[in-house]
Structures are given as structure tokens and as C-alpha cells.
Design a protein around this ligand. Structure first.
Ligand code: ADP
Ligand code: MG
Length: 250
């Protein structure tokens, strides 16, 4: 039996007269990498924001691990294990890599940044060790004491990934993980994401780069103008005439 981690159930969302999402229904199975692709304006970011509770759907629901999360606060959804990285740079440029990775762990442990001094001290050592572990995992351990501002674009993405991983995601949502990257950085990001895939991590990836999508995805949902025009394995999607017309350019 395949366990469904995320079910977006018949979601509709309009902005004024514009239908950003119409009747969107998709399921993400445990341990899979599920890509969402589609042209600009297709509704991908809106869909992601619905999943993390930043946008309320007009109708429909989001079910995470069997529980309806629609209407919950984004912070609460995050605490349940839904972790999003990469939409906007959310690193702290003036802090070291180690400090950057420690911050989400503190925030998560207490549900806020309001820890008392005793908790701070006792948590700090363990969190520091864990932050080092995740920096090593993404290949940044040597630079742990460097300030984040000095990192290359590709390394900033690695840092953001480490900041996501320390939250122990049950579902990792990646918004365009390779946007603006060189081919070299893109390939090393693909390798890193493949490593997480081997560990059985469940991921949803929004991505423009077809090379990335076809390298990583077990399943692909194609959105166009707010509607799902295809949903299937990479091979099925590649063969879809609708997709070729709407997106892949023939
Ligand atoms: P994608 O991420 O696939 O490029 P978006 O989800 O960002 O697409 O946008 C889908 C459509 O909804 C676009 O036409 C966009 O202009 C519109 N849209 C997105 N967010 C808003 C908003 N907050 N207010 C009004 N229109 C929006
Ligand atoms: Mg977008």
C-alpha cells in the first residue's frame, strides 16, 4: 500500500476574476519526488502557498498525513513537518553558516523564538552539533564559520537546504531549486537531491528546468492556466500531446 503524504483535494483559487487554480487535485506518495511544472503564471507558486497555509483556497482542501490542514496557520503546518525552501532567499547574510542552520532548529523546538536563558544554553550545544551534521551533509562543513553573504549562489541554495533539513521535514517543498544556477551548480544540486531521494524523503519540486525534472521526478503534474493538463510518470508526461503543445514547445 502506498501511503499518501499530501493530497490536494479539488482546490480552487481565484484572484479577482483570474482563476489561478481550478479543480486541482493531486496526491503525493510517501518517499517519492513529485514535480510540478508549467509555464509562468500556471499557478505553481499559488499551489505551493496553498499547501503551506499562506494562501487559503476558495474551495477544496489540503490533507497532510490524513489530516486536513486547510485553515491552519503556516507556522502550525510547518511544525507538522511541511518544510518549504527556496522561494525567496531566507538566509541571514550577516550570520555564519552555522548560525544560519541553528536558527530554524531553535524556532522549531520552542514554536517561537521565545526560549528562556536556561533552555537556550541547554539546547545550544545539541543544536550546534546537529547544524554541523547538516552542513556536512550538503557539503558546506568547511565553510561553517564563514558569513552567508560571501557564498556563491549555488552554495546559498545548499545552505537553505541544510536549514530545511534541520527541521526534519516529513515533506520537503522545493520552489525552483536550481533557478539562476550555472549548469555545474545545477548538476551538483541534482546529485544532492538524489541522495535525499535515496533516503526516502518525500519531496515536491516546482521546477522550470526540464533536465532537473526528468532527472529527479517519480511523478510529474503539469499545470497550465490553473488547471492540471497532465499527471503521470515522466515518460507519460513526455508523451502527452497536451503537454507538448502547452509547454514543451512541440
Ligand atoms: P506560477 O508560479 O506558475 O508562475 P503563480 O501561482 O505565481 O504562477 O500565479 C498564477 C496566476 O495568479 C498568475 O496569473 C498571477 O499573476 C496570479 N496571481 C498570483 N498571486 C496573485 C495575487 N496575490 N493577487 C493577484 N493575482 C495573483
Ligand atoms: Mg512561481
Amino acid at each position: 500500500m502506498d501511503n499518501i503524504v499530501l493530497h490536494v483535494a479539488d482546490v480552487h483559487k481565484s484572484f479577482g476574476g483570474l482563476k489561478a487554480l481550478s479543480d486541482v487535485d493531486l496526491q503525493v506518495k510517501e518517499g517519492t519526488t513529485h514535480a510540478i511544472i508549467g509555464p509562468n503564471g500556471a499557478g505553481k507558486s499559488t499551489l505551493l502557498n496553498v499547501c503551506i497555509g499562506r494562501i487559503a483556497p476558495d474551495t477544496g482542501a489540503v490533507v497532510f498525513d490524513g489530516e486536513v490542514i486547510t485553515g491552519k496557520h503556516p507556522h502550525e503546518i510547518n511544525q507538522m513537518g511541511v518544510v518549504r525552501v527556496f522561494q525567496t532567499p531566507e538566509i541571514f547574510p550577516e550570520l555564519t553558516l552555522l548560525q544560519n542552520v541553528m536558527i530554524p532548529a531553535f524556532a522549531r523546538r520552542d514554536g517561537s523564538f521565545r526560549l528562556n536563558a536556561m533552555q537556550m544554553v541547554s539546547s545550544q550545544h545539541a543544536i550546534r552539533e546537529e547544524a554541523e551534521h547538516w552542513l556536512e551533509d550538503v557539503g558546506l562543513k568547511e565553510q561553517k564559520l564563514v558569513t552567508a553573504a560571501s557564498l556563491s549562489r549555488g552554495d546559498k541554495r545548499r545552505l537553505e537546504l541544510a536549514m530545511g533539513l534541520i527541521q526534519h521535514p516529513r515533506l520537503l517543498l522545493l520552489d525552483e531549486p536550481t533557478a539562476g544556477m550555472s549548469r555545474h551548480d545545477t548538476n551538483s544540486t541534482i546529485d544532492l537531491l538524489k541522495k535525499f531521494k535515496e533516503r526516502g524523503m518525500t519531496k515536491v519540486i516546482i521546477e522550470h528546468d526540464m533536465h532537473v525534472v526528468f532527472s529527479l521526478a517519480d511523478r510529474i503534474t503539469v499545470l497550465a492556466q490553473g488547471q492540471i493538463i497532465a499527471d503521470g510518470t515522466p515518460d507519460e508526461v513526455r508523451r502527452s500531446v497536451k503537454v507538448q503543445e502547452a509547454y514543451l514547445g512541440g
